[in-house]
Write a protein that binds this ligand. Structure first.
Ligand code: GLN
Length: 303
């Protein structure tokens, strides 16, 4: 086989082009080389990945080959697969993603799991009010709303384009979520509304670590969804500090954090008298990932 896919008028079968692309991606040190090749080809052919196997000997049409080549080049430039195909699976549901939103991570599924467990545990007083701050694609609030229906869901984002993607994803899965353009809690400032559960996966990477991230992340994902300021905890701090004014008594705050941030986040929580001792859950990679905080006092100034 020639090592270029342009150049001659060779007819490529599905199997041949998968093999060629896999070794090309491997040479670029793309770890998931075969999977990426298959996902992109299935996308171009508008078939399911599994159907590639049933059509291994089928030749590609010239226009299919051309479209595929442009996607290979995008991947070569380190664009994440999810942005190329405009979709990412999370919690077994498919979400539209664009470069305006963070690609949902498998690590974040533990945040959803914790939220759903919490909802089921405190569900003794009718519909709960559940808020996610900084929804991005809306994957977190949508999977929670899907898994624990019969509650009232709210989502915010500071970025209008992100909020539109989240709305689109909520609609796609037939979920009723009330979305607000908001800088953390700003949209609720003048309102008397309080929530039973507040969830967030805020930006928590220290500014100076951003340059060291994989090119897929640092060149393509929205930096505003990643950059947590000098020590990474600017947004976490703000949310912990403000959430006490917006939580009902016994309400819970669930926050995704960086693997090495548990102690500092616990210290922040423990410095506020309205909160009970926090707990921390690990993700499936064994890293500290979700902090759960319970509001115990009524905060004097808000009554
Ligand atoms: N876990 C994400 C990453 O490693 C960061 C997400 C965030 O800052 N909220 O890229």
């Amino acid at each position: 086989m020639k090592n270029q896919i342009d150049g001659d008028k060779k007819i490529w079968t599905i199997l041949e082009i998968i093999n060629w692309t896999t070794s090309y991606f491997k040479s670029l040190e793309i770890e998931t080389s075969r999977m990426d090749a298959e996902i992109l080809l299935a996308y171009v052919l508008n078939i399911k990945r599994i159907d590639l196997y049933l059509n291994y000997d089928k030749p590609l049409l010239a226009n299919e080959l051309n479209s595929f080549k442009t996607l290979i080049i995008r991947r070569k430039e380190k664009e994440p697969i999810a942005y190329i195909i405009g979709a990412k699976e999370f919690w077994s549901m498919e979400f539209t993603v664009t470069k305006d939103v963070l690609i949902p991570r498998p690590d974040t599924e533990i945040l959803v799991e914790a939220a759903v467990a919490a909802i089921k545990k405190i569900k003794d007083k009718g519909k709960l009010k559940i808020l996610e701050l900084g929804v991005g694609s809306g994957a977190v609030i949508s999977t929670i709303a899907f898994s624990a229906p019969d509650n009232i869901f709210f989502g915010t984002d500071i970025c209008k384009k992100a909020l539109n993607i989240a709305k689109q994803n909520g609609k796609k899965h037939n979920l009723k979520i009330n979305f607000f353009l908001s800088d953390w809690f700003s949209a609720f400032k003048e309102k008397k509304v309080k929530f039973d559960i507040i969830i967030s996966n805020p930006p928590y990477i220290p500014t100076e670590d951003i340059q060291g991230l994989a090119p897929e992340i640092k060149l393509y994902e929205p930096v505003s969804a990643l950059d947590g300021g000098g020590n990474g905890l600017d947004s976490v701090n703000k949310i912990i500090s403000d959430a006490r004014f917006y939580l009902n008594k016994n309400g819970l705050l669930l926050l995704e954090i960086g693997f090495d941030q548990k102690k500092r986040v616990f210290d922040m929580v423990n410095s506020k008298e309205e909160y009970e001792n926090p707990v921390c859950l690990k993700d499936y990679g064994g890293n500290n990932r979700v902090v759960i905080v319970k509001k115990i006092h009524r905060y004097k100034d808000t009554e």
